[in-house]
Ligand binder design. Structure first.
Ligand SMILES: [Zn+2]
Length: 403
């Protein structure tokens, strides 16, 4: 069994408590000791030089298959399937290079690529994060064969039976998550974020099918009514939550122990500042930013688990930039750096469904660790510089080791 010891580090354990000096022993794929001094016999020793050791970071809204990373930009959406598969594999390696050791997928263009990547990453013969694989995205409209046209805004869902069949088909492909675009998306099809694309009966049918097949549902939901629908039907992860009104906030609060909200500041920031073209009014870019900056602090105040993950994968918001979400959690939502990190680790482990063994630097937990050259509690933005990530370990294996 391989043994690795991290010495000379301040441990941020993921709970949110202050970092403390300790040595961390990894044996096989588990953390087996976190204490003042551990046995070094037969171990590879990594001296952190006073840096910070974090739990591996979790992205709760990852798109491995959208085509763009910090190393490769693609504006196409019509690559042949083989190329789409390679893009997913490529994005997995880029995520891991940037300290993302777990990714909860926010949807794909070709779901079997994510299930294949999940296996390859888990078996360790391709570099990539732990992955919860998602279905292709869509409105109810896209459950009809051939209607698929991301994000499938048609303002009109199909019928409960075909929605149920869509969930079943996706479950049979082996995905962990089925994503439903309950609202539209103004950034893609102007003026549609406030449109609800499903009926209550359709979401109820999706929920029953998901329970039956043991898959999770994720909702893309900007409009208040779409968020309410997601909560009513027990949807576990809700993206955006932009236009939540008072009644919606009350519902979210009442369900806070069974759901997660990922408000995706990354894509909003990119839409505001990093597109080639001026945002058009129908995109509601400013309105979205304003609303989300009001809603998220209120959700946090009410104890809702808010997790980072900013829809990275588009050419103007590429994979690899993911940890900018943590900076935006601080700047936009008033998190402390420790709270932002806790959201990406403790809550990250929980959204992965692995809260009892993932997301903390703790004896018995899986050895996903990131050694940072510096103190991210002082400056959370240093995490976006991959050169400052001195070591990256996933499942006890060093993806990156100090020189
Ligand atoms: Zn997304």
């Amino acid at each position: 069994m391989t043994r690795t010891v991290f010495t000379g580090v301040q441990v941020f354990d993921g709970t949110g408590r202050d970092p403390f000096p300790a040595e961390v022993l990894v044996e096989g794929n588990r953390i087996t000791a976190v204490k003042d001094r551990v046995m070094r016999v037969g171990a590879r020793v990594i001296d952190g030089g006073g840096g910070t050791l974090l739990p591996g970071l979790v992205d709760a809204h990852a798109h491995l298959g959208f085509g763009s990373t910090v190393e490769h930009r693609s504006r196409r959406r019509d690559e042949p399937d083989e190329e789409k598969a390679l893009l997913v594999a490529h994005a997995g390696r880029v995520l891991l290079d940037h300290g993302i050791t777990s990714a909860y997928s926010g949807g794909n263009r070709l779901p079997r690529t994510e299930t294949a990547a999940r296996k390859a990453f888990a078996e360790g013969w391709m570099p990539g994060p732990r992955l919860k694989a998602a279905s292709w995205e869509g409105s109810a409209g896209m459950v009809e064969p051939g209607v698929y046209d991301f994000p499938g805004i048609d303002g009109r869902a199909s019928d409960p039976e075909s929605v149920s069949r869509f969930v079943t088909d996706m479950a049979e492909l082996g995905v962990d998550i089925v994503k439903l675009s309950l609202s539209g998306e103004s950034a893609v099809v102007h003026g549609t974020s406030r449109i609800v694309q499903f009926t209550d009966e359709e979401v109820a049918a999706a929920s029953r099918a998901a329970d039956h097949h043991g898959v999770w549902l994720t909702a893309h939901a900007h409009a208040a009514e779409s968020i309410k629908m997601a909560v009513r039907h027990g949807i576990r992860a809700i993206y955006h939550c932009t236009f939540a009104d008072e009644e919606t906030l009350d519902l979210l609060e009442a369900a806070r122990d069974r759901l997660f909200v990922a408000p995706t500041p990354g894509i909003i920031h990119a839409n505001l500042h990093e597109t080639d073209s001026e945002p058009e009014p129908g995109m509601e870019v400013e309105a979205t930013a304003e609303a989300v900056r009001e809603v998220v602090p209120e959700l946090v105040r009410r104890g809702v688990r808010v997790v980072p993950g900013g829809d990275y994968g588009f050419a103007w918001n590429p994979v690899g930039r993911n940890l900018r979400d943590l900076e935006l959690f601080v700047d936009w939502f008033g998190f402390t750096p420790a709270e932002a990190l806790r959201a990406a680790t403790l809550h990250g482990g929980r959204i992965m469904g692995m809260g009892d063994e993932l997301g903390l630097v703790r004896e018995g937990f899986l050895a996903d660790l990131v050694l940072v050259d510096g103190d991210p509690l002082e400056d959370i933005a240093i995490l976006q510089d991959r050169r400052r990530l001195a070591a990256i370990m996933k499942d006890g294996v060093l993806h990156k080791a100090p020189a």
